[in-house]
Each structure stands twice: as structure tokens, then as C-alpha cells.
Design a protein around this ligand. Sequence first.
Ligand SMILES: [Zn+2]
Ligand SMILES: [Zn+2]
Length: 349
Amino acid sequence: MRCYQLTGFGQALAAGEQPRPEPTGTEVLLKVRGAGVCHSDVHLWEGHYDLGGERKLSFADRLKLPLTLGHESAGEVVALGPEAKGIAIGASCLACSWIGCLECAACSVGDEHLCAAPRFLGVNRDGGYADYVLVPHPRYLVEIGDLDPVAAAPLVCSGLTTYSALKKFGPLLQRQPLAIIGAGGLGLIAIGLLKQLGGKGAVVLELDPRKREAAMTAGALATVDPRAPDAAAQLRKTLGGSVLGVLDLVGSGETATLAVETLDKGGRLVIVGLFGGAMTLAVPLVPMKALTIQGSYIGSPAELRELVALVREHGLPATPLDRRPLTAAPAALDDLRRGQVLGRVVLAP
Ligand SMILES: [Zn+2]
Ligand SMILES: [Zn+2]
């Protein structure tokens, strides 16, 4: 089978050929039909996250190369190990890449995405930039019925990440519009999911005019250019007078600072983006304004099932899709790194 591998940080993905894996034990083999190209693949490719102040969080000692990237895989079950039960050949599924050790404290409550010793597909073990992907157990497969696997693949990471982050605002979603920072792939999905969750909608802060336009097309209430001198006032006005929820999908020092400074009393900032940087926090403002600053990292396997059920009922969020052949994997990653992608690139092997 063909696969696209990271062989060294910062190097172009390498096209490889491998024998088709044979599932053993509880393993299931999927023929990949859709493999989303996610922004975190760019971070894996770079080999680090920027922690601000010249500090970096390196992947060098945590990832084993070569590694087939791809943690947003949808496909068709084509082979089962002898102990793989509860899934049929031919089933169309998402592969939940968030596979934990099943032994740590996080895994013991189902939060495998927060596992201390993760075995994530496309991160710690080979993923979906390939003709086939091996899934260790049927419990990590979520059937998608007749949903288009190319369009559904991004649910595994970008969909789940936004869904889990939106859930953290609780009933606020139905009471107040949200401020969303960033109208990249995640932002556009968030606007769509917010609607499906019965939310009051969102005002989107975004630098790029093309992306602001895409946010309006996706159903944003309004957009604000964060570089405008009156950006904070515009945001407050378009949100209806108070700023109680900010979803930061960029996650830079600037965006988090803007959010904390703009939030009203009782407000909540949920940070998802991993752009990088650092912020200085006026500590007394946290208790005085009763602020909640919360991080959200992907989502649990159970939340992926909830999300797929929601989407099977209401349809996929209408976000721009950029379908490309598997051979376009290196170029797609490069385009994403340079910010040249609108919506979501999905490889269709
Ligand atoms: Zn991802
Ligand atoms: Zn664990």
C-alpha cells in the first residue's frame, strides 16, 4: 500500500510503499476513503510547539519516525482480526484516533484523549495518509452510515475538537452569542455545530478578509477585524452588549490577551488553538471578574459518538472541502503551513 510518512522534522513527507497490514487479535483494517489534513499535522511536521519566550515543546523524544501521519480517517472495514467483534466487513466508519493506554487515571474515566501514554493514530502510531489504516479495536470505530467519508473524516479531530470545546460553555450557548477567534477550518465547523446545538450563533474575529467572508457564508452573525482600532467595541456591540463566552481557536499570546481583557464578569475563555506564544495575566482580574480560563484538547471517544449521532441527525456542517488525491499529501501539508487553505483539505486515497 501507499503511505506518506514523516521521516524527519521539517522535511517534506516521503512517499512510501508498505505491505498491506494483516489485522491480528482485535484489530480492524480500514480501506481509507478520506484522510483529513489537520493543522496539528503541521506542528508534528515542525517537531515542536511554540511556548513563547523562546521556549519550545519538542516532539523529538516522543515520536518515533518514520511515522505515517493522518489522524482524521474515514474508511471501509475490509478485514477483521479473529477477536474483532461487533463490526461488519463493508461498514463505513470513522476511526477514532484518540486511543489511550486504558490504565491511567484519564483513561479510567473514558478520557483517552487525555491519556498519559497515548497511542494515537497518526501521532504515536501509523495513521491515515495511506491506502489502509490499522485500528486496534472495534471500540474505536464509529459507523457513519451513508455520510460521505471524505466530508465526514474531519469530524475525528477538527469536528470533535470544536464540539468538545463548545460543550464547555454549557447553557450559555443557548442564551448568548459566542465570540469565536479564528475562521480557519475549526472556526467554520464551530459556526455550523453551534447552529446544530441550538446555539445563539457567533461573532467571528478574523484577520483575513477571505476567511471573514467564509465565516459569514457559514452563518456567522457578524465578523470583526481584530486589527481595527475599535475591535473590542465592535465585538461588544455585535454580541449584544456583553462578552461572556470567547472560543479562541487561534491560541496566540495576542488572542488570549484580547479575550481576557474583553470578557465581562462571569465570562469564560476556552482556548483550543495551538498557534503559540505567552500572555501576561493580571491575576486579580481572574477572581474579581470571576473569569474561567479553560483549555480544551480534542475530545473523548464518547464525545465523538455523540457528535456523529448529532451529524447523522442534522447533516454535516456546511464547510468548504478541498478534496485531493493521496499523492497531494506533501503539498497539502505545505499549503496548510503557509495558510493557503480555506476550509478543510481531505485526501481521498
Ligand atoms: Zn488534528
Ligand atoms: Zn491512559
